[in-house]
Write a protein that binds this ligand. Structure first.
Ligand SMILES: [Zn+2]
Length: 407
């Protein structure tokens, strides 16, 4: 890997828009609030220092951004009159710049902007992308991933379960982020912690460390473990092929959504519909982000929630509520499961009096049942919305009921 450092005037950066890829796969989503953008331009107009940009040379005329993605996009946007300077900006050299677009600035001020020199470090002759990723992580302080490396070295049943989950097909084939520095393990661990907490919670490094310590004896056959795998199986069907848009913040939001839906609603055979629900939302969101006019405030809030403290309880709660509400509007016909999963004593008596013999007849040929030996089985399974009512119940011998699977 070799490096060279070159000063680029902002005017040249603006001409290179089509030559620079700002979204290589190790990048984070590009989200800056308007106030961040205003601050950067204000800094440039005042001739103050801006951190270096890092690019990877692809060929003679093309580059990938390693670091400085938000900054370069902000420069392009300002140059294209996409946002105004702050309403409370102080004058520069006596010139009032408050609430102004690029095109409203004086010639003198425009020159200050376009002639400003940005230091660009260009990396070339790289052997493989790992070097670049390493560099990117160092520049971004890859603290989170480093912690996951440490957790990976802990001896704990929880560690083993996290590793198993991170090898699930959902991670290996479907998600839109690479398993770089245990990134899949990190997200799998966060999902497990959400499941253990039965919903949104802080899923920061300290919380994950505690989970590994507190669940050293974690049982891979526990109901929580089964629920995690069941939710991953469902997600794996929703995303039937690799989905580049499926970044960690989406994987976690949709984990929460599917986990909750599986608990409370009948979502059998809805995988394709839920995928379209995801894609429609993502397309709408991308269009809103490009929209030069008034943007949908809900989308702007979503951007904020996934770009700041996205591992906090409040952000995860907000996102779950956001998607649950949208889901409810999009699929008004989806029904709640019967809250009572088990037949009561009285219902079992009624079913037994009516049926007397095993009605399933897989393992037996309809044997006579004592009340104490009878299982009450849901005809339409509970998971498919079958009600816990006598007319949806039937007598079964334990062997037949088991071989039919949990209903
Ligand atoms: Zn039977």
């Amino acid at each position: 890997m070799e490096r060279k450092r070159e000063p680029y005037p902002v005017s040249t950066l603006c001409e290179l828009k089509d030559n620079i890829d700002t979204n290589p796969d190790y990048q984070r989503p590009a989200v800056w609030k308007t106030s961040n953008k205003q601050l950067l331009i204000d800094t440039i107009l005042r001739g103050l220092d801006v951190p270096k940009f890092y690019w990877k040379q692809i060929d003679e005329d093309h580059f990938e951004v390693i670091d400085g993605q938000q900054r370069i996009r902000t420069i392009w946007e300002f140059h294209d009159n996409k946002f105004k300077l702050a309403k409370d900006a102080d004058p520069i050299d006596g010139e009032d710049i408050k609430d102004k677009l690029y095109k409203d600035l004086s010639i003198k001020m425009k020159k200050k902007f376009t002639m400003y020199l940005i230091d660009v470090v260009i990396v070339y002759n790289t052997k493989d992308d790992e070097e670049i990723r390493e560099m990117f992580l160092r520049l971004q302080n890859g603290i989170t991933l480093k912690s996951q490396e440490k957790r990976n070295a802990m001896v704990s049943n929880m560690r083993d379960f996290v590793i198993n989950c991170s090898k699930h097909q959902f991670f290996s084939e479907k998600v839109g982020f690479k398993d770089l520095r245990f990134a899949h393990q990190l997200v799998a661990a966060q999902m497990i912690l959400l499941e253990l907490n039965n919903g949104p919670n802080d899923i920061r490094n300290s919380n994950l460390n505690n989970m590994y310590k507190d669940h050293k004896e974690f049982n891979e056959n526990s109901s929580e473990a089964k629920k995690v795998l069941k939710t991953l199986d469902y997600l794996n069907k929703v995303f039937s092929e690799n989905t580049p848009e499926l970044k960690p913040y989406y994987a976690l939001s949709f984990y929460l959504l599917i986990s909750k839906l599986l608990d409370k609603y009948v979502i059998t055979n809805m995988e394709d519909k839920i995928f379209n629900f995801f894609l429609d939302f993502e397309n709408y969101r991308q269009n809103e982000k490009k929209n030069p006019d008034e943007k949908d405030p809900e989308i702007m809030e979503f951007e904020d929630k996934v770009s700041h403290s996205s591992d906090s309880k409040s952000s995860l709660e907000w996102r779950l509520d956001f998607f649950m509400t949208r889901f409810g509007i999009k699929f008004p016909e989806v029904t709640l499961k019967d809250e009572n999963r088990n037949f009561s004593y009285e219902q079992r008596r009624a079913i037994w009096r009516r049926d007397k013999t095993c009605q399933i007849k897989i393992k037996c040929d309809g044997k006579k049942l004592q009340f104490s030996d009878m299982d009450a089985d849901h005809i339409i399974p509970h998971s498919k919305g079958g009600k816990t009512i006598v007319s949806n119940g039937r007598a079964s011998c334990p062997e037949c009921n088991r071989s039919r699977g949990a209903g």
